[in-house]
Design a protein around this ligand. Structure first.
Ligand code: AMP
Ligand code: GLY
Length: 425
């Protein structure tokens, strides 16, 4: 069949990489793509928000399945549009995508279905938010309601600091209109993990767990980013925790979505905080995580196209997903200055080295080909993934390959996977 992947990040490169291995896929397209995806898929050069051109392309090329990578087109209704034209699309409707598109929607849904999550209150103006903060003890977790590229959560240690953040959100509108509705949450303690799950509208099948590393500096210091690296599987997600994630979180979520007549066909991303083997939801997203997808998908031993096709057609019941034994470690190489200001267009060296993809894989995030050279084209530039029988081997392989790669002002965390070592050795 002919498959189109929409998006341009490391997540989409990892999806394309996995679909490329499928015997079911005859022709693979990715748009807008990057310097990595063009090596594996045809690139029609259409933007992810140009729905008219995408629809025209899918109909003209008789694409059998469209896989939507990022949240923005999902929240904007690309799946509703395609489904309305009788096309197969993997990714929820705009209503389903609200589990990510609105923190208030998502928190209320959790409350209604008794899904464990931090206590919260919602605010529509700066003054009532500040008053509420004064009535609570620090730390404070302040979240923009709408999409903010993974950067819309700020944790503060004092009421004064919180006032500054609230002023920046409500008055300076640092997150645009997304930040003019705010959720303030109880601070949760524990070990973080991500569980991605396939959903066919009714049935939920989890993928192996993973763990993102969001803060920009070693030791989880500095501002949050889209993700500086990830490992899979995650520490602390044992069988009992995974059963609880299914029973207390994912199944109740889908049940509640169904009750509201929302048929969710796509990936559910559950960002979790786990304490004493009890998982609480930090956030839901409506798509594969980035960089979690780059850590999880190289360990997949089943056919991704078959799984996605089943999800789209409501056929996930009793599906048993096969995984390679072992671990992965994804180190993200970013442009100096990220998540603040950074420069693009830096030539990347060291990518020509051929590696055994049972040991190492490179997924491009913000890259493009310019005049025959591969250059940086975003904050997160490359994902260097090591694979191995142990987490330590996976980490060593990733960092060994990182040493061969360079671009001006390249920056990365040197401790991806470190905390996991104490659980897995
Ligand atoms: P989010 O974008 O909602 O995943 O939040 C970004 C990061 O902020 C998470 O990965 C956590 O590290 C942290 N965070 C968010 N909510 C909470 C919370 N209620 N308690 C503690 N940490 C949180
Ligand atoms: N890795 C965080 C996210 O995909 O939202």
């Amino acid at each position: 069949m002919k498959v189109l992947v929409i998006g341009s990040g490391g997540r989409e490169h990892a999806i394309v990489y996995s679909l490329k291995k499928s015997a079911l896929v005859d022709r693979l397209f990715c748009t807008p793509g990057n310097a990595g995806t063009v090596e594996l898929a045809e690139n029609p050069g259409l933007a992810a928000d140009d729905f008219d051109s995408l629809l025209h392309f899918v109909k003209n090329e008789k694409i059998n399945l469209t896989v939507v990578g990022p949240e923005v087109p999902l929240v904007q209704g690309i799946s509703d549009l395609f489904a309305g034209h009788g096309l197969s699309v993997f990714g929820p409707s705009s209503e389903g995508a609200l589990i990510e598109g609105s923190k208030i929607f998502s928190k209320e849904l959790m409350k209604k279905s008794r899904i464990p999550t931090a206590d919260f209150s919602e605010f529509y103006d700066r003054f009532s938010a500040a008053k509420y903060i004064k009535s609570k003890k620090p730390p404070y977790v302040i979240k923009a309601d709408g999409l903010a590229g993974g950067k819309g959560v700020i944790i503060t240690k004092s009421a004064d600091e919180s006032e500054e953040v609230l002023s920046a959100m409500f008055e300076k509108k640092i997150f645009g209109e997304s930040g003019t509705k705010v959720v303030i949450e109880e601070f949760l303690k524990g070990e973080e993990a991500t569980v991605l799950a396939l959903c066919d509208g009714k049935n939920v099948v989890p993928l192996i767990s993973s763990q993102d590393h969001k803060p920009v500096y070693d030791g989880d210091k500095g501002p949050n980013t889209g993700g500086m690296g990830a490992i899979a599987p995650a520490p602390v997600v044992n069988e009992r925790v995974m059963d609880r994630v299914m029973d207390r979180i994912l199944n109740p979520l889908v049940h509640e979505l169904n009750r509201r007549n929302i048929v969710y066909r796509g990936i559910i991303y559950a960002g979790l905080m786990i304490s004493d083997e009890n998982p609480s939801v930090v956030e839901f997203n409506c798509r594969f995580g980035d960089p979690e997808a780059e850590a999880v998908l190289p360990l997949l031993d089943s056919d991704l196209c078959d799984l996605i096709f089943r999800a789209v057609n409501g056929e996930l019941k009793d599906v048993d997903i096969k995984w390679k034994h072992g671990f992965s470690c994804d180190v993200v190489l970013v442009s100096g200055g990220y998540p603040g200001k950074y420069e693009k267009g830096k030539e990347i060296s060291g990518l020509e080295k051929h590696v055994d993809d049972n040991e190492m894989v490179v997924f491009h995030s913000g890259t493009k080909v310019m005049g025959g050279r591969t250059v940086s084209n975003g904050g997160r530039v490359l994902n260097i993934v090591g694979l191995g029988k142990t987490l330590k081997t996976a980490m060593d392989r990733a960092y060994r390959l990182v040493n061969d790669i360079n671009f001006e002002n390249m920056f990365y965390r040197r401790d991806i996977g470190f905390r996991g070592l104490k659980y897995f050795s």
